[in-house]
Ligand binder design. Structure first.
Ligand code: HEM
Length: 419
């Protein structure tokens, strides 16, 4: 790892491993923010890109979606991954979702579900979310005072909620979790898929497995539409026509992955930080009004999404540097969320932090569609957790998933007792 003021080697900036012990990878990003906050990065085996590490630059980019495009790639691929994808699809992606679209398509497709994810509509889910939170705490209570919170509890809460919305039966939730991990952690030794089950690449096969699964749901909602979210997506019409199959299935895959992997990371990473800072947990216990600010601090602290990529549509200037048309920019959200110019004492986890203008959900027209749902879930969980759980502590080592796309704790043994 680099010394304090030394710019890290470019290979580290593109690496997945830097997140395994620190959700913000500060040993890499802190020196970059100080020395070269918009850093031209030539990481071996990757396309060149600019590492955008400052909060204000990510906000600026979010304000100019006509210049900083989501197409043609949303995450930084390796060169091998990119050439394989091109060979197999003739494009840069196996998927075409909101995260890959720009105007005018992006607005139209986002509009299909936008109202579903607004707080007024989500209130309808209040009881469902509370019931699932209750099920998770009951599960903890049944475990004899010990569990691996990162595996036994945290994933299943958001998974149950989003899968119920998508009409996926509970017996298939483990399969959805496995596919999500294979997709978002392609370099993690414990979570990646190691061999393809078909003639195409591993990555193509993971997408195909998702698509095969959701094709059945799309088919059923087209035959028998209900008022659920799946029916809205399966039957969406774009400019008066049925939406193409790739875009329809991609919508499902995005919700079925982003809809839980990020929230689980916040639940587990948030609890982890409370356990490492007992005084902060004590604040939550005595002042339940702090649950909302605590949730925001957990989003900031964990920053579950580690980056998204934008590509310049035209020559432009950012932070005094010329960005050429076609240049890729990596938006380093965890770094922005530790930016000393945006937060007081950013390396302190502080449950009553206010204001807290974190960028865990991104910014601009692509900012997270599911952010209100995530807030509902995280708040509901911790409100009930502090009410029911009397004593709780870490009971062994923890480690984060090795991924520069999405990452949360991979193991997190805890010991506890209930009221
Ligand atoms: C802790 C929870 C979550 C975090 C940290 C998170 C983070 C993010 C980030 C960083 C982006 C990209 C923003 C950008 O490009 O500027 C994003 C986009 C998105 N998120 Fe989330 N997310 C979370 C939960 C959810 C949930 C629960 C859902 C769905 C139920 C969801 C669905 C989406 C979708 C569909 C997009 C694409 C939006 C677009 O491109 O217009 N996310 N999220």
């Amino acid at each position: 790892m680099p010394l304090d003021n030394e710019i890290p080697p470019d290979s580290l900036i593109a690496s997945h491993a830097i997140f395994t012990h620190d959700p913000a990878a500060e040993s890499v990003f802190a020196p970059l923010r100080r020395e070269d906050p918009l850093h031209r990065t030539k990481a071996p085996g990757h396309p060149e890109f600019w590492a955008v590490t400052k909060h204000s630059d990510i906000v600026e980019i979010g304000k100019r979606p006509q210049i900083y495009l989501n197409a043609p790639m949303s995450f930084l691929p390796s060169n091998d991954e990119l050439s394989k994808t091109k060979e197999e699809t003739g494009t840069n992606n196996y998927i075409r979702a909101l995260t890959h679209m720009d105007a005018p398509d992006h607005r139209v497709y986002r509009g299909v579900t936008q109202s579903w994810f607004m707080p007024a509509n989500l209130k309808r889910l209040d009881e469902t979310i509370k019931a699932v939170v209750g099920e998770m705490l009951d599960r903890m209570a049944s475990r004899d005072g010990q569990c691996d919170f990162a595996n036994d509890i945290a994933p299943w809460l958001p998974l149950r909620v989003i899968m119920r919305l998508l009409g996926v039966p509970e017996s298939d939730h483990p399969y959805m979790l496995k596919l999500t991990q294979e997709l978002l952690a392609p370099e993690d030794p414990d979570q990646k898929r190691t061999a393809s089950t078909g003639p195409r690449s591993v990555r193509a096969q993971v997408f195909q497995d998702f698509y095969d699964y959701f094709k059945v749901i799309v088919e059923s909602r087209r035959k028998n539409p209900t008022d659920d979210l799946s029916s809205v997506i399966a039957n969406m019409r774009i400019d008066g026509n049925a939406a193409p199959e790739l875009e329809t299935l991609s919508y499902f895959v995005t919700l079925a992955t982003a809809g839980h992997d990020t929230t689980y990371a916040t639940l587990a990473g948030g609890l982890l930080e409370l356990l490492r800072n007992p005084a902060q947990l004590a604040i939550l216990r005595t002042d339940t009004a702090s649950i909302s600010t605590a949730a925001e601090e957990m989003f900031r602290w964990v920053s579950p999404i580690k980056h998204f990529v934008r590509t310049a549509s035209t020559d432009t200037v950012l932070r005094g540097k010329t960005i050429r048309a076609g240049d890729h920019l990596m938006l380093c959200f965890p770094s922005a969320n530790r930016d000393e110019e945006a937060f007081d004492s950013p390396s302190k986890f502080h449950v009553i932090r206010s204001p807290n203008r974190h960028l865990a959900f991104g910014s601009g027209v692509h900012s997270c569609l599911g952010q209100h749902l995530a807030r509902f879930e995280v708040r509901a969980f911790f409100a009930e957790f502090v009410r029911r759980v009397k004593k709780v502590e870490l009971d062994g080592d923890f480690e984060y998933v090795q991924s520069n796309r999405a990452s949360g704790p991979k193991q997190m043994p805890i010991r506890y007792s209930f009221n």
